[in-house]
Write a protein that binds this ligand. Structure first.
Ligand code: DX5
Ligand code: ZN
Length: 215
């Protein structure tokens, strides 16, 4: 499977409607939404008002990436605000199974994300309950950073585990991806590529999305 999820963190917030419409017209299947609390990561992005607006502006699935502490306090609200996928950080969550259950109880899909320094094996004991794993290929917090190649080793290990156990779980990767490295990333076993700056800084944004898909 190949899905591209443009990250609106790199969108022009003065022209958010225009940028959402661009995603709507494009070959991108999902919209990626980065929520940062200034505690789990050293940056603050946005929360419910923006999510509600984006929910109204597009019918494409919303893929919400929570870079916040104590995500279990908020997962339900994000799902109710229109997130189709709610992804919490493994490092920030005391009880991943409870968070997953809360997300699923309101009809959303549940994801867990790991930072570059976290071993992928740490999530294997609850992998069977996840709809998605998000492997961070940069330190979470900012767009426009360089891709960390060692993240592909984690993708390969995940792919193997998911396939061997027969789990129904997508692999997503986030950070530093453009059409230049997308092929290598898909080949490692990734289903969903998140792309922020390589899409929104491009002269032709729709083409940048198509180029990632066809890499
Ligand atoms: C970083 C965010 C990413 C970010 C990716 O913490 O999770 O989704 O928007 O941006 P690029 O594609 O520019 O690395
Ligand atoms: Zn993200």
């Amino acid at each position: 499977m190949r899905i591209v999820a443009p990250s609106i963190l790199s969108a022009d917030f003065g022209n958010l409607e225009r940028d959402i419409k661009m995603i709507d017209r494009s070959a991108a299947e999902w919209v990626h939404i980065d929520v940062m609390d200034g505690v789990f990561v050293p940056n603050i992005s946005f929360g419910f008002p923006i999510l509600k607006y984006v929910r109204k502006a597009t019918e494409k699935p919303l893929d919400v990436h929570l870079m916040i502490v104590e995500p279990e306090r908020y997962v339900k609200r994000f799902a109710e605000a229109g997130a189709n996928y709610v992804t919490f950080h493994h490092e920030a969550c005391a009880d991943p199974r409870a968070a997953i259950a809360e997300i699923k109880a309101v009809g959303a899909k549940a994801g867990a994300s790991i930072k570059p320094a976290t071993q992928v094996e740490e999530i294997f004991d609850y992998l069977g309950e996840l709809d998605m794993v998000l492997v961070m290929s940069v330190e979470p917090g900012f767009g426009g950073q360089s891709f960390m190649p060692h993240s592909l080793d984690k993708v390969r290990a995940l792919r193997k585990e998911i396939d061997e156990k027969g789990y129904n779980c997508l692999i997503e990767i986030d950070g530093g991806i453009s059409a230049k490295n997308a092929r290598e990333v898909f080949d490692a076993g990734v289903d969903v590529i998140v792309a922020g700056s390589s899409v929104f800084n491009a002269e032709d944004q729709e083409q940048a999305i198509t180029d990632i898909l066809n890499a």
